[in-house]
Design a protein around this ligand. Structure first.
Ligand code: AMP
Length: 298
């Protein structure tokens, strides 16, 4: 395992095909599943770890974002990473970042209006990672559905020679989608948050039973969540352009954002064409507690 700080050092330490897993650290099994996928698919596995100030729309979120390099290096190594690229902000942004990447249209809905500037920050930093590391394949989680669509489109539109691969959502034992921010949830907030995944699973059941009406599909989520959380949106959108659908008639995802206390959570189910119908990607579930909650030696 090598820890690198610069793009040049990272390229020098890489050989053969390169698989990149971009993260903001404080790793959990969602990140580790992407590293494992990269390990199966590439000669050199690079995990980048950078809490990107450009993509935070709220200062308090940036300040309280959890960070622990030593812990992340140990977990990434065990999962099969060869290199952890952990640049400082000065390394990533040595001068003012005047060049910005905007994938027009794809951030108009869902997270876009709620988090101004967020996707520009994401697309810009991912473009820099692709240019600086030159991966053959890059792995992103379906957890951030809109982000995955945006990165895919950016790579295609800018003729970037990288294959963008999406990985299934990894969930905790009780269904809650893993997120580094889950550590902030108090017990009651966490219990309330379970309505989100329950609602998405119910919606997936409906779709697989033949439902195609977006209203009926989104209502299944509202029904499970009740008034336990402050829901920002529940939207069925197409995977390609991230536009809301009234009818499920193409590859899509049902995505939501909600607040449980002071923690903002997002989750989704992707609907992929299958045998003339659609199948819901419910993700995978851990059968033990997440490494997020491991303390001390554990
Ligand atoms: P982050 O560190 O939150 O920026 O996430 C880094 C990468 O891990 C992104 O591609 C995320 O979509 C992915 N990821 C985060 N949480 C999960 C999860 N629960 N399951 C699968 N992938 C995830």
């Amino acid at each position: 395992m090598r820890i690198t700080k610069s793009f040049a050092e990272t390229r020098e330490a890489s050989s053969g095909t390169v698989g990149l897993v971009p993260t903001m650290g404080f790793l959990h099994e969602g990140h580790l599943s992407l590293i494992a996928a990269a390990r199966r698919d590439a000669d050199t596995v690079v995990m980048s770890l950078f809490v990107n100030p450009l993509q935070f729309d709220r200062d308090d979120d940036l300040v309280r974002y959890p960070r622990d390099l030593e812990r992340d290096v140990a977990l990434a190594t065990a999962a099969g990473a060869d290199i952890v690229f952990a640049p400082d902000v000065e390394e990533m942004y040595p001068t003012e970042q005047l060049t910005r990447v905007n994938v027009t249209g794809l951030s108009d809905e869902l997270e876009g209006p709620k988090r101004p500037g967020h996707f520009e920050g994401v697309a810009t930093v991912v473009a820099k990672l692709f240019a600086g590391i030159r991966p053959d394949r890059a792995f992103f989680g379906r957890k951030d559905a809109q982000q995955l669509s945006i990165v895919r489109r950016m790579a295609a539109d800018l003729s970037m020679p990288v294959e963008v691969i999406g990985g299934a959502i990894v969930r905790e034992k009780d269904g809650l989608a893993l997120s580094s921010r889950n550590i902030f949830l108090a017990a009651g907030e966490r219990r309330a948050a379970l309505g989100l995944s329950r609602g998405l699973m119910a919606a997936a059941d409906l779709v697989e039973a033949g439902e195609r009406d977006a209203k009926a599909i989104t209502n299944a989520v509202y029904f499970e969540v009740g008034d336990a959380l402050e829901v920002e949106y529940v939207t069925l959108a197409d995977q390609d352009l991230v536009k809301p659908l009234t009818t499920l008639d193409r590859p899509a995802f049902l995505a939501l954002a909600a607040w449980s206390g002071k923690t903002r959570l997002i989750d989704n189910v992707h609907f992929d064409p299958d045998d003339g119908g659609f199948v819901g990607d419910r993700g995978t579930r851990l059968d033990t507690a997440s490494v997020l909650y491991a303390t001390g030696e554990g």
